[in-house]
Design a protein around this ligand. Structure first.
Ligand code: F6P
Length: 349
């Protein structure tokens, strides 16, 4: 009997999504149990519009190294309106889907958890360049984003040095500063600002001044877009627009500019800003992310084949394990405090 399994990718795109899709499809072929794989277009939205595409060997050929997702993505929240979850459940039945493999971050897997509670059979795969998903040591896409950000910091170093400037590099990281911390350490940043540790601008200026007073003429600051500036008892988050997505997230961006202006004003050192933005999410995944994404895809298909739903596949140490989807909704994974403290060894000393 044919078993139809739907595959969807939700939330912001991420290098390695195609590698997961390919691994899921290729594993389904090897299992030789009569699977028919169906791509659900644009994340959860595809279960409202019933927009699908066949996923067979030919459609996943040549996509391992390609960025983005061949089935499209969106930030659709099917629990935003009262009636949409019912439509989704009905459409899953109409599409004759026996199970779903949902590839996404906290929002997509949060929806997966709620649909699981409604009786839908789902296996999750943890994705996000931000690496802030609870329950797994690493999400795929993070390594690629760190590589891109580190390369940018390296490039900013040589131009900062040539012009005796302070250069602020704004990277992604809405709730957690994993990319900033890793790229900051790898790129030799003089100060790293993350959402978990609100900081006073005077402290940042002290770091720059300390560094310059011991003979350096340039500095590099790496800041996560979600970092908060402490102003007395207040903590300020910088938004790039007033738009709010279906999960209630604001659009962040602009902290680098705010910081650069304040540093220049307080220290007198010429300061410039570079915002990396979506460059961190585009393009091909690193070899590390391709391997992780492939392992996740194979493990997710194995879980579906064994009928183990309501879980997501996760990396724990060296192993891929299955974890209850409820762990995703238990909170976010913030930056390791010891790692962040360690980075301060290099802050202007
Ligand atoms: O994928 C997560 C993330 O990279 C966040 O760090 C960032 O705030 C968000 O995506 C921005 O995505 P978009 O511009 O697609 O809304």
């Amino acid at each position: 009997m044919t078993k139809r399994i739907g595959v969807l990718t939700g939330g912001g795109d991420c290098p390695g999504l195609n590698a997961v899709i390919r691994a899921v499809v290729r594993r389904s072929i090897v299992l030789d149990a009569g699977y028919e794989m169906v791509g659900i277009k644009y994340g959860w939205k595809g279960l409202l519009t019933k927009e699908t595409m066949p996923l067979d060997r030919a459609s996943v050929t040549g996509i391992l190294y390609r960025g983005g997702t061949i089935i499209g993505t969106s930030r659709t929240n099917v629990f935003k309106d009262e009636n949409t979850p019912k439509t989704v459940v009905e459409n899953i039945r109409k599409l004759k889907l026996d199970g779903i493999i949902a590839i996404g971050g906290e929002d997509t897997l949060g929806v997966a958890k709620r649909l699981t509670d409604e009786g839908i059979k789902i296996v999750g795969v943890p994705k996000t360049i931000d690496n802030d998903l609870n329950g797994t040591d690493y999400t795929f896409g993070f390594d690629t984003a760190v590589e891109i950000a580190t390369d940018a910091v390296d490039r900013l170093h040589t131009t900062a040095e040539s012009h005796n400037r302070v250069l602020v590099c704004e990277v992604m990281g809405r709730h957690a500063g994993w990319i900033a911390t890793y790229a900051g350490i790898a790129g030799g940043a003089d100060c790293i600002l993350i959402p978990e540790k609100p900081i006073d601008i005077n402290e940042v200026c002290d770091v720059v001044q300390r560094r310059h007073s011991r003979g350096a003429f340039f500095s590099i600051i790496v800041v996560a877009e979600g970092a908060k500036i402490k102003c007395g008892a207040k903590e300020e988050e910088i938004l790039s627009s007033s738009r709010i997505d279906e999960f209630g997230h604001v659009q962040l961006g602009g902290i680098g500019q705010v910081l650069a202006k304040a540093i220049e004003k307080k220290t007198g050192y010429e300061t410039r800003v570079t915002v990396l933005g979506h460059i961190q999410r585009g393009g091909k995944p690193t070899a590390h992310d391709r391997v992780l994404a492939t392992r996740y895809g194979v493990a997710a298909m194995n879980a579906a084949h064994a009928g183990r739903y309501g879980v997501f596949v996760a990396l724990r140490g060296k192993d891929i394990v299955e974890v209850s989807l409820s762990e995703v909704t238990a909170g976010i994974k913030t930056v390791d405090e010891n790692l962040y403290e360690m980075s301060k060894t290099f802050w202007g000393y």
